[in-house]
Write a protein that binds this ligand. Structure first.
Ligand SMILES: Cc1ncc(COP(=O)(O)O)c(C=O)c1O
Length: 395
């Protein structure tokens, strides 16, 4: 056995390393693309599984103007961690949470007249609140319908100076598709909505910022950059999808660094014989004698149960090693028969996501193998796996 002490408090032989310098690098890389547009770092879902507070702090230090979350509890968590920058709630919250929005000094997203009235009623004497109005231009998830925007603007008008429209925004449904049609049609709807609003409510709309783009649109559709961009997945060093892929790495002109590294250590090593089978259901049967390493991480930690059956691999000694059979709740097994005896021992590092030597396994690779997207892979690494924040030397 060879190993250093585990870097996590629990002593567990599995953890997540978060490269905060990669966050800083990715923000700089995105900034060089979006130029004058403000960057707002999307850190909902605990920073897509990377740790919201640490990612937010580094993103803000690196030039982001504000952060975006989905839930008031996420905004409160950031405030408790000392984040003082603007925090945008990306969707309208349940009305009973309005006092908490005000207390957290979060920016409310609004899409109904009732919500404006309730906000106004809850505001303490003399206080004012910034809102962003969300318009549904085709995502059909949330947002005010374009034809109902005038009545919403009337309600804000009635609130006088106590409710201020800081921005009007929309969200794209197909920004990550290769085909640009959806982006073109949604931005055309949005342009028309904005023109109507500026004509009917010139003073209210005066100074309101406009935002449309997520990572894919910010990087691949310059016309959507507007006053600010809401960037999540690219900040975590992951390509948002096929339309952005040609910009990433292969052309060398958009260099995103993966932030998350999922690491474990070999817990058990043994020879197995041809003809035997492994893991639940004996779904992998050995055709030759080989050596199997057990790794103490499983589907309860967010490694998909089907990853081995769909061709997934881990890195040991800088070499790909196939996952064998089904991943179990807390452990998985890999074939290390192609490694030399001196390359593999109990306690050795196993990389499930990230690089080791010159090899890498990406969240996109897991996603492709298991029929999902890289967002779900990183969000799915469970809180049971402790996060360790890393800065490079001098960082
Ligand atoms: C409204 C909204 N804006 C922006 C984002 C960030 O998207 P991405 O991670 O693709 O940059 C999201 C994420 O789902 C979102 O829901």
């Amino acid at each position: 056995m060879r190993s250093e002490p585990s870097p996590v408090a629990s002593g567990r032989w599995a953890w997540v390393e978060i490269d905060l310098d990669a966050v800083a690098h990715n923000i700089a890389e995105i900034a060089s693309r979006v130029q004058a547009s403000e960057i707002w770092a999307v850190v909902k879902a605990d920073g897509y599984g990377h740790g919201a507070a640490a990612v937010a702090a580094v993103a803000l230090e690196s030039g982001a103007h504000g952060v975006c979350v989905a839930l008031i509890s996420e905004a409160e968590h950031l405030r408790a961690a000392g984040i003082t920058a603007p925090i945008l709630l990306l969707s309208q919250q349940p009305p009973e949470l309005i006092p908490r929005i005000i207390a957290a000094d979060a920016i409310a997203t609004v899409d109904t007249v009732e919500f404006v009235d309730l906000l106004l009623a809850a505001l303490p004497e003399g206080a004012a609140l910034k809102i962003h109005i969300k318009v549904d231009t085709g995502m059909q998830r949330v947002g005010v319908a374009p034809h109902r925007l005038p009545e919403l603007l009337d309600a804000v008008d009635r609130a006088g100076t106590r409710v201020k429209i800081d921005a009007v925004f929309t969200h794209l449904a197909t920004a990550d598709d290769l085909d640009n049609e959806g982006v073109i049609s949604q931005t055309a709807v949005f342009d028309a909505v904005l023109e109507t609003a500026r004509n009917s409510h010139r003073d209210l709309m005066n100074g309101a910022k406009i935002h449309i783009a997520n990572s894919a649109a910010a990087l691949a559709s310059p016309a959507t950059r507007a006053d600010m961009v809401r960037v999540g997945i690219a900040m975590y060093g992951i390509s948002p999808g096929p339309r952005v892929d040609p910009l990433v790495a292969s052309t060398g002109d958009l260099d995103l660094w993966p932030v998350m590294r999922l690491v474990a250590r070999i817990s058990h090593l043994k020879p197995v014989v041809a003809g035997s089978a492994i893991s639940y259901g004996w779904r992998h049967r050995f055709v030759t004698d080989t050596t199997v390493a057990t790794v103490p991480i499983g589907y309860a930690d967010g490694v998909p149960r089907s990853l081995g059956m769909s061709g997934g691999a881990v890195l040991i000694a800088g070499t790909r090693c196939r996952i064998l059979g089904v991943v179990t709740m807390d452990q998985l097994m890999v074939d290390v028969g192609h490694l030399r005896a001196d390359q593999v021992a109990v306690g050795d590092e196993v990389v499930l996501l990230g690089s080791q030597g010159s090899e890498a396994v990406t969240a996109t690779e897991w996603a492709d193998l298991t029929g999902t997207i890289a967002y779900e892979v990183v969000c799915g690494i469970s809180p049971r796996v402790e996060r360790v924040n890393r800065r490079r030397v001098g960082g």
